[in-house]
Design a protein around this ligand. Structure first.
Ligand code: SAM
Length: 426
């Protein structure tokens, strides 16, 4: 979400005549787009913000914009008194406060009109920032903003606001515009992406959107994330199976394997329902890869309950598991009402056990790719090797002197590990 929001803002700044620089000390404007999903992310944002102070001391004309979840949709009035070198704060996905300030400073007579002009460019017709033009292969498109689910541990609903879907036509327009600018793959984003459209008058579905997006010339691949187990319909799974451009890769978090923990987390499903769903996904989408998210050490999680999570992961054998240690977040139900009673060392022990198990599973699944040929879409060249992904989202490296950027090529896989693979052009 933040990558997409930052790109939008970079585009708007370029429309106003700004250019990017890699050196903060040369910048006239610095935007820090923040994530606070866990305390570690918030600490990182605060650390980076503190490191900007000397730049502001040296150059008082520098504009520092603090954006994203550290601010939240309701705004954060205290933050500027805590960090007086911040000039302007912006809620997530909202470039307007910064653009208004810059217009004011530039002494634009009709500042409102010029903000509106810039926003018109933002809605739908996203012009890629110059340094990405002709180079960006894969782009994110947020389609559901905010979240109304209120999982007990999650700060996102309070920082990103209530769930609302972007208009259908606006998404199609943005995807077309990205495709015209050379983008080959789009990833549709939402906290519960499968709930797309439920709040819109015509109630369009994600499945319908995938069908229409598939018609766009130039786009080779379409992905979406994150799914919620309670909202994945058979219609959606069938669309993924049917539509050749939609990648057979599903990101659907379980979070915990014990029903009692899932209930306290307010996730709204049982472990058995999740197992059934994974069975349904695998039956309906042959060759699918599945990623999950798991939180260890949620308040009250006993060792037996953790063992249920371990067993579930061992049984279901997902391609990827994003693991996190529970982090109490300000204002959430679990932070207010439940003691963070699993000691840090125990959280770490559980984390490591799952990490080891997942490494084994991922290595085993990826080994099945050895000596096969898969389609890889190449995204960039780094350290002399081309980096791309399979439709199932496996990372593949290929050594080649050719320019493979944005090309989808058949690759013969020669080596596999748990996190990536190596191959040669077939
Ligand atoms: N909206 C999706 C969902 O909840 O299913 C996932 C998006 S969330 C930004 C990414 C992941 O961060 C979650 O799936 C969860 O595993 C993790 N997460 C969220 N809040 C957390 C917390 N308080 N402590 C640890 N991990 C957390």
């Amino acid at each position: 979400m933040n990558v997409a929001d930052s790109r939008r803002l970079a585009s708007a700044l370029e429309q106003m005549g700004y250019e990017p620089t890699l050196k903060p000390e040369q910048a006239d404007v610095i935007v820090l787009n923040t994530c606070v999903v866990r305390q570690s992310a918030e600490n990182k944002a605060i650390g980076r913000l503190s490191s900007l102070r000397p730049l502001k001391d040296k150059n008082p004309d520098l504009v520092i914009n603090l954006m994203g979840c550290l601010i939240g949709v309701r705004g954060n009035t205290q933050i500027q008194s805590r960090f007086p070198w911040v000039d302007v704060v912006s809620p997530p996905s909202d470039p307007e406060p910064l653009l208004t300030l810059l217009n004011e400073r530039a002494g634009k007579a009709d500042e409102q009109a010029s903000v509106a002009e810039t926003n018109a460019v933002l809605d739908g017709d996203l012009v890629l920032p110059k340094h990405e033009q002709g180079k960006l292969v894969s782009a994110y498109i947020p389609i559901v903003l905010g979240c109304s689910h209120a999982c007990a541990y999650c700060i996102i609903p309070s920082r990103r606001g209530r769930e609302h879907s972007r208009p259908y036509q606006e998404i199609l327009q943005e995807a077309r515009s990205l495709a015209r600018q050379g983008v080959k793959e789009i990833t549709l984003l939402g906290q519960i992406v499968d709930r797309y459209g439920l709040d819109l008058p015509e109630k369009p579905t994600l499945a319908a959107l995938l069908r229409d997006l598939s018609e766009i010339k130039g786009l080779k691949r379409i992905r979406f994330l994150t799914s919620h187990p309670s909202w994945m319909t058979d219609d959606l799974l069938d669309a993924v199976a049917e539509l050749s451009k939609v990648c057979p890769h599903i990101e659907v978090p379980i979070q915990a394997g014990a029903d009692e923990v899932l209930r306290t987390m307010r996730r709204g499903y049982t472990a058995q329902a999740y197992r059934d769903l994974i069975g349904r996904i695998r039956t309906r989408i042959p060759g699918v890869s599945i990623a999950t998210d798991i939180i260890v050490g949620f308040p009250g999680e006993t060792d037996e309950q953790f063992q249920e999570t371990y067993q579930l992961l061992n049984d279901l054998r997902m391609d990827v598991a994003h693991l996190a240690r529970y982090s109490p977040r300000e204002g959430t139900y679990s932070a207010r009402k439940l003691a963070d009673d699993v000691p840090e060392e125990e959280k770490m022990r559980r984390f490591r056990l799952l990490e080891e198990l997942q490494e084994e599973i991922s290595a085993e699944i990826n080994a099945r790719y050895r000596d096969t040929t898969v389609a890889v879409l190449f995204e960039e060249q780094s350290r002399g090797r081309w980096r791309g992904r399979t439709p199932t989202n496996k990372l593949v490296f290929v050594e080649s002197d050719r320019d493979l950027l944005g090309q989808e090529r058949d690759v013969h896989i020669t080596w596999t590990g748990p996190w990536s693979m190596i191959g040669t052009l077939a």
